[in-house]
Design a protein around this ligand. Structure first.
Ligand code: ATP
Length: 318
């Protein structure tokens, strides 16, 4: 199943799970709409040919959903009955930490084998350097910022660009550096409004006529992106300031080669772990190898941003 927010690469992971099952001569059943589909027994038997031509597609053919009912004991009981009735004896959940929490609770209650594949563009999951969809989202984001840069430099404007990341600055920090942003505001670090203003003034004095500031949704100053833009416009009246909120376009699109290969590797490992009788594990990329991490650790652990990137960003915006 795919659950929670969708991410590019989920289809490639579904394809990998289905084909690995076929390789080991096991039947594979797709569950539509995450835990809600599990409760309603919304299933489809999937063979290797059913997943042709999806490795390159964004979104998820199994659809995704958020299920309130699965948060209740009654909901989970229905889910268990659906699984038993269908003869399913292992579950691969492709999603974020909420989906994994659901899997852990379910396993504790019914001792049902669950393996997680991290699929979220935010990259905020412990036990993997990359979640599925993150690399694609970075590429989509820098492509969008490159386009904004064209208009920013033609009109000598300062652009505030909001990118996804309520709790994590991975996209902002990496896409910000990749797209040559002047300043990057992230949830992990409060660099302060004054500092940003000083930096923008300094670069103006040094002859920069246009600039881009990348702002993660959950950045720490507590101001909305429009308030940030107003603040700078008030203090730097010679600058024309504009705001662009990239939004859900960051979640879509054809997955990058990196995400497709990662999805294939994770899907193989997830099925093999189930076949070995393992449960409550998440597959992840560590030192370029696919490793298993305890699912509860993956949920509770904190995937830290690389603070060295903040320093690199500072140096780049001289
Ligand atoms: P994203 O990172 O995109 O938000 P996610 O997997 O974290 O993805 P959530 O909406 O947090 O998305 O969780 C997905 C689903 O997992 C929920 O709708 C719910 O059905 C289930 N779930 C989450 N937490 C629990 C819990 N404590 N108990 C039971 N089920 C849960």
């Amino acid at each position: 199943m795919t659950s929670g927010g969708d991410a590019p690469g989920m289809n490639a992971a579904i394809r990998s799970v289905v084909r690995t099952c076929a390789y080991y001569d096991r039947e594979c059943v797709g569950i539509y709409r995450g835990y809600q589909g599990l409760i309603e027994a919304d299933f489809i038997t999937l063979g290797p040919r059913n997943v042709k031509n999806i490795i390159n597609k964004g979104g998820t053919i199994l659809k995704s959903a958020r299920s309130k009912e699965f948060r209740t004991k009654e909901g989970r009981e229905k889910a268990y009955n659906s699984l038993k009735k269908e003869g399913i004896d292992g579950l691969v959940v492709i999603g974020g930490d909420g989906s994994f929490t659901g899997g852990v609770v379910f396993n504790q209650e019914y001792n049902f084998p669950v393996i997680g594949i991290p699929g979220t563009i935010d990259n905020d999951i412990y036990g993997t350097t990359h979640t599925l969809g993150y690399d694609t989202a970075l590429n989509t984001t820098i492509e969008a910022i490159d386009k904004i840069r064209d208009t920013a430099s033609s009109h000598n404007r300062l652009f505030f660009v909001e990118v996804m990341g309520r709790d994590a600055g991975f996209i902002a920090l990496n896409a910000g550096i990749g797209a040559g942003a002047e300043e990057i505001l992230i949830p992990e670090e409060d660099l302060g409004l004054e500092r940003m203003l000083e930096s923008l003034k300094r670069s103006r004095r040094k002859g920069k006529l246009s600039s881009i500031v990348v702002v993660a949704e959950g950045e720490k100053t507590g101001k909305s992106i429009f308030e940030l833009a107003d603040y700078v416009e008030t203090n730097m009246p010679d600058y024309e300031v504009r705001v662009s909120v990239l939004g859900h376009m960051q979640r879509g699109g054809s997955p990058s080669c990196f995400d497709r290969v990662l999805a294939c590797r994770m899907g193989v490992k997830a099925v093999e772990l189930l076949l070995e009788g393992k449960t409550n594990l998440m597959v992840g990329l560590i030192n370029n190898e696919i490793e298993a991490t305890d699912l509860e650790k993956a949920i509770k652990g904190h995937h830290e941003i690389n603070r060295e990137l903040l320093r690199v960003s500072d140096i780049m915006s001289i």
